[in-house]
Design a protein around this ligand. Structure first.
Ligand code: KG4
Ligand code: ZN
Length: 340
């Protein structure tokens, strides 16, 4: 049997300090996540400066825990994979600096990983049969991309948001109806008690690209609705607002994605990113893919939101392709998918 490849992966692009050990790309030996959510909740969103400081406090401990939970030593690692963009520059720098220091001290090769490539690759962890090509919808706090995954590490973005990311819209609407940060999981929960057809919020189309998204109009429509209720002295049923808003987002994501899968002639479709853990979104894709004869893949919620296991998986396929990063690897806050 070929030698096994063990990867130590590090992720610190936003508000989770995370490290994992992944074997041969799809076997997660450990997946340690230190979340800062409780801290940022006090401020209603991620405060970049606080995120960087917390990452510095936690990073060594998280890396040690990942190795010990996997029952392995640093010397057992074949590569160190680290997210180097996109994300918050100060946050990214903590992970990148730690990975470079470990690589320099140990001589273990360094592999810089794109955060979105990580999210997409999260699908490989539990779906052992999934191989490219397929179409993947990446919906997170910072991104809404419809991506054709041509091969491992080879991507074509066919649709993107023109304004807010889907997760950003969830977070802003949650704040407006008084749910606090992070909005996605809170809207997900509250929407179960509401009527998704109660308020006819708009489903935006972008004229110049049928696969692009726009969520800022929807966000404004929700704010206008809330203001209107206030001015008329009408009571707001928050659960109905949450359910109707969520349905408007899901309708657009499902329609555009399924249209792309069919137009580009694929029979496999995957979702990724924090918003992909939304229960109604998953149910809607499940139903539509079943109807259309498309095989639907999704990671478990723990691999949808930010984690290092997905970076280890993406790093494994980059490692196999021969990708190696030098010690001048830097954090690139606006790194484009497919660029190095
Ligand atoms: O992928 P992620 O952890 O971080 C980024 O790379 O941005 O995504 C975080 C985003 C947040 O906007 C959060 O509100 C959203 O994912 N999210 C959800 C759910 N869980 C997290 N949105 C909708 N429903 C959820 N259950
Ligand atoms: Zn992310």
């Amino acid at each position: 049997m070929d030698k096994q490849i063990n990867i130590l992966a590090i992720e610190s692009s936003c508000d989770e300090t995370a490290a994992a050990v992944v074997r041969d790309g799809r076997e997660v030996l450990s997946n340690v996540i230190s979340s800062q959510i409780a801290l940022h909740t006090l401020y209603g969103g991620v405060v970049p400066e606080i995120a960087s400081r917390k990452h510095i406090e936690k990073i060594n401990q998280v890396i040690e825990e990942a190795l010990s939970e996997a029952g392995m030593k640093l010397q057992d690692m074949d590569a160190i994979a680290v997210t180097y963009g996109p994300g918050l520059v100060g946050a990214l720098l903590v992970g990148v600096s730690a990975a470079k220091a470990i690589s320099f001290a140990s001589g273990i090769p360094l592999v810089g990983v794109h955060h979105i490539e990580g999210h997409i690759s999260a699908n490989y962890i539990e779906n052992k049969d999934l191989e490219p090509p397929f179409v993947c919808l990446v919906v997170s706090g910072g991104h809404s991309h419809l991506v054709v995954v041509k091969d491992y590490g080879e991507y074509e973005i066919v649709g993107r948001t023109r304004d807010d990311a889907a997760g950003e819209a969830f977070d802003k609407v949650a704040r407006a109806i008084g749910l606090g940060y992070p909005g996605g999981p809170k809207i997900d929960k509250l929407a179960k008690e509401g009527n998704p057809d109660a308020i006819p919020f708009p489903r935006a189309k972008v004229d110049t690209n049928e696969y692009d998204f726009s969520f800022s109009g929807l966000k404004s429509a929700v704010l206008n609705y809330l203001n209107g209720c206030q001015m008329k002295g009408e009571e707001v049923v928050a659960a109905d607002v949450a359910a109707s808003f969520q349905k408007a987002v899901i309708d657009v994501l499902v329609d555009h994605s399924i249209h792309a899968v069919k137009e580009f002639g694929f029979d496999k479709f995957a979702i990724a990113g924090g918003v992909a853990s939304n229960s109604s979104l998953r149910a809607a894709f499940e139903e539509r893919c079943h109807k259309e004869g498309i095989k639907f893949y999704h990671p478990s919620p723990i691999y949808c939101t930010d984690n290092a296991a997905m970076i280890g998986t993406a790093g494994y396929y980059e490692f196999l392709k021969g990708t190696r990063s030098d010690l001048d690897l830097n954090a690139v806050p606006n790194l484009k998918l497919g660029e190095r």
